[in-house]
Design a protein around this ligand. Structure first.
Ligand code: PRP
Length: 217
């Protein structure tokens, strides 16, 4: 019996993956919010869950530290997706990547062709591509969290960050001025594992596919 290792990150992705796992007959036996364990057993002796940072899920699956994983499109784009089979858009953990600025900042004026903009973000690839297409020169400041602080402290003119309800922006007196792309989470699979553990992985992929939430309009 070969072991299947699934990489998940704590929080929304973990929570919203549970119903998909249930459809595959897999139940995680410990609550990551209560346990300090990084390897969680399931009801299936041949399936285990490893908890990794959201940005590390594609890396674990790429190098075979995990056979499969669930990761946001944002994280997948920043990683590059090399070496990963991406069979399913799971349509969970939906949000968007947007540009936000202080409400007193004139964004329209700042992004006229040929202008310069100071952008703080953890999503440097997505931000670079978006502003390059507009002909805006960007001074990029790479951050790893709390992006909302950057325009408030003068570190940057704008941020590129995930927006879900918009509450975080509102609480920090920032406004969303451009929507770059819609985000959801994807199933990613290690390419070698897909060959070596084909039958059990296929069963999980098919069960996930059958349990993807319907598209809401
Ligand atoms: C994201 C993002 C914002 C927040 C937006 O952070 O960075 O801070 O969610 O959500 P809202 O529009 O509903 O307020 P997340 O909780 O994913 O954690 P992170 O800060 O570690 O990225």
């Amino acid at each position: 019996m070969s072991m299947i290792t699934l990489a998940l990150s704590k929080g929304r992705i973990f929570d919203e993956t549970l119903p998909l796992l249930a459809a595959a007959g897999i139940e995680v036996l410990e609550d990551p919010e209560k346990s300090r364990k990084l390897i969680l057993p399931t009801n299936r002796p041949d399936v285990r869950v490893v908890l990794v940072r959201a940005t590390d899920v594609p890396t674990y699956v790429e190098y075979g530290g995990a056979d499969i994983g669930v990761t946001g499109k944002d994280t997948l784009i920043e990683h590059g997706g090399q070496g990963l089979y991406q069979p399913l858009d799971l349509r969970i953990a939906k949000c968007r990547v947007s540009v936000a600025v202080r409400s007193d900042f004139d964004y329209a004026q700042a992004v006229r062709q040929g202008s310069r903009l100071k952008v703080a973000t953890k999503y440097t690839s997505i931000a670079r591509e978006f502003f390059a297409a507009k002909g805006v020169h960007v001074d990029m400041v790479k951050l790893y969290g709390s992006m909302e602080l950057a325009p408030l402290t003068g570190l940057a003119d704008a941020i590129v960050d995930l927006v879900s309800t918009g509450n975080t922006l509102k609480a920090n007196q920032l406004v969303e001025v451009a929507r770059i792309m819609d985000i959801s989470s994807y199933l990613v699979v290690n390419q070698a594992a897909l060959k070596l553990k084909q039958a059990p992985l296929r069963r999980i992929i098919d069960a996930f596919a059958s349990a993807i939430p319907a598209e809401k309009n």
